[in-house]
Design a protein around this ligand. Sequence first.
Ligand SMILES: [Zn+2]
Length: 355
Amino acid sequence: MLHCYIVKLLSAMLQKKKIILGLSVLLFLLVGIFAILIFSKDKSIGSVPSQIATSSTEIRVQFFGDIMLDRNVAKAMGAKGLNYIFAKLSPTSTVFTGADIQIANLEGPFAPTRVKTSKSIAFRFDPKLAAQLKSYGFTAFDLANNHSYDMGRANVAFTRETLKKAELGYFGDELKEGSELTFVTNTVAFLGLHNTYHELNWTKVKQSIDDAKNKAGYVVVNIHWGEEYKRLSNKKQRDTAHRLVDLGATAVIGHHPHVIQEMEIYKDKPIFYSLGNFIFDQYFSKDTQEGYSVELTLDEGKLKDIQLIPFYGVKSQVQLMTEERKTQFLDWFGKNSRLGAYIIINGIISFTSTP
Ligand SMILES: [Zn+2]
């Protein structure tokens, strides 16, 4: 009798277990479907890694200036590729902060073969390097510069495809502006604007910033502009930067002059006029072989702090500046920048205590 009761009880428990198991599977499936729905809401181009995982609301984004992987850079790299470029870095002396998002300006296209062109300076990057860029932590590249179309229109598409295959994002275009060119993550949207020989369509710029604001909390504008080798910004850059901030940009990141230019904090928003070269072969001057990276820490809809990471290159090999060289750079930078009441302390500008 007792035996019979135990058997009944056991079978009832087993039945219950099956129901619990069934419910668990159902719950798991629902969570999965929900996650897919969230992941797929992003419709921007080049949006492969659109979901940036963070443990808190704080997000760190690191920006670099111009990357050029042709000419003497290609010769110096040889078969090592980017491993040559970053061979002088170490875990204790690196330019990479391990930020959630890592962005740079890709100053030229990937192309399977070199294309004949009438351009006197035309770059072509080996497509194999895309996977290596990914391995060094990059998230997306700005393509809005004066070299994107160097290997023709077809290779602009090829560049995007190559980046996509390497699970890298991209944004901007050499010849046009538009919302469809924005790279949108779940937290930050990135716009790429080209303003060297190309004039901006402000209606489209405004629309792009407005659309980006609706999709992400922060909108960072990368812009290719200014005069080559000039250490200070010109009036056009300053007017353009102010207009971008007035339209809602969280920060403005500039490049193209091949040298570092000053920064400005306008209406509590940072404008970096030129980050200088990151990877290039302009070995003819100290200025063209120095650059800096900037990391923005964003939290609860606001900029929390900025970190400046100055570096230099020797035959395109990137190295972190020594303390002495960093001090020299920061002295020049501090004296020439317009920071209002903000101050740079050891390369960091804090925004948490509003001046
Ligand atoms: Zn350029």
